[in-house]
Design a protein around this ligand. Structure first.
Ligand code: DGL
Length: 269
């Protein structure tokens, strides 16, 4: 069966691209909830309701394993889903842990006590809901000590990307990086904690300057999924790849084609 990839909209395509490249033999079904993006300004209950609906659609499509390629859903809904909603035989994974494992120099399944790591000052760029969940700081505290995190809620960026207004999105990135630097003038690493942000990786890198290491999720998630499927090959099977959206398929296909620089054809979810 295919592996499901879920996001509120176009951002998860950055993850889809990386997992397709890393695992070319695996079929993927993508679900973008473009009709309800952005999630980052919604309440946790709202994000939970929308995420379970989308993931259920992917289960109905035959996916037994779904990756939430959305930090906002991973931060606000995943734990609640895993605790009482995910049916037997199905799995839902988030995108937070691979990122934090990379930042804290850990391998999957290393549950040893938190320890000092090289990175000391981390700038987190994410949606307002992800920032207010403090899920990043919580996951980091399980693994590392002595790391100072300054989080910047990047209001407006996802809306601008979904609308295709990249000039506005880039201007917003510059102003969010300035705001972050006023709070933390010299971060040694920056985390792009929203899957939409790799579409603006250059704007972030230019605004942050050459001394800041920028961690972006797609490749880290792809590596971690390859490792997961290596340990659980039963989740790899047949099935057809597909691109589903709750939005207008034509509009979403056009934007996706423009961002990914290859033809992307969505159908109604
Ligand atoms: N791309 C998603 C994330 O990683 C969601 C952004 C949003 O819908 O606000 O957080």
């Amino acid at each position: 069966m295919a592996v499901g990839i879920f996001d509120s909209g176009l951002g998860g395509l950055t993850v889809l691209e990386a997992v397709q490249k890393r695992l070319p033999e695996v079929p993927f079904v993508y679900y973008g909830d473009n009709a309800h993006a952005p999630y980052g300004v919604r309440t946790a209950d709202d994000i939970y309701a929308l995420t379970t609906k989308g993931v259920q659609r992917l289960f109905d499509e035959g996916c037994d394993l779904v990756v939430l390629a959305c930090n906002t859903a991973s931060a606000a809904a995943l734990r609640r889903m895993q605790e009482g909603w995910v049916p037997k035989g199905k799995r839902v994974l988030g995108v937070f842990v691979p990122l934090i494992e990379a930042l804290t120099e850990r391998r999957w399944g290393d549950n040893s006590p938190p320890r000092e790591v090289e990175v000391k000052h981390v700038a987190l760029f994410a949606t307002p809901a992800t920032v207010s969940s403090r899920a990043f700081q919580r996951e980091l505290a399980f693994r590392a000590i002595g790391v100072d995190v300054e989080a910047q809620a990047c209001g407006g960026v996802v809306d601008a990307i979904e609308e295709g207004d990249m000039m506005l999105a880039e201007a917003l990135v510059r102003s969010h990086v300035d705001a972050l630097k006023r709070k933390m003038p010299a971060p040694d690493a920056a985390v792009l904690g929203c899957t939409h942000y790799p579409l603006l990786a250059k704007a972030f890198a230019d605004a942050l300057g050459p001394d800041v290491r920028v961690l972006s999720q797609p490749e880290l998630v792809a590596e971690s999924l390859a490792d997961y499927l290596g340990r659980r090959p039963a989740f790899i099977g047949g099935g057809e790849s597909a691109l589903l959206t709750t939005g207008d398929p034509r509009k979403v296909s056009d934007r996706a084609t423009q961002f990914m620089r290859r033809p992307m054809t969505f159908t109604a979810a």
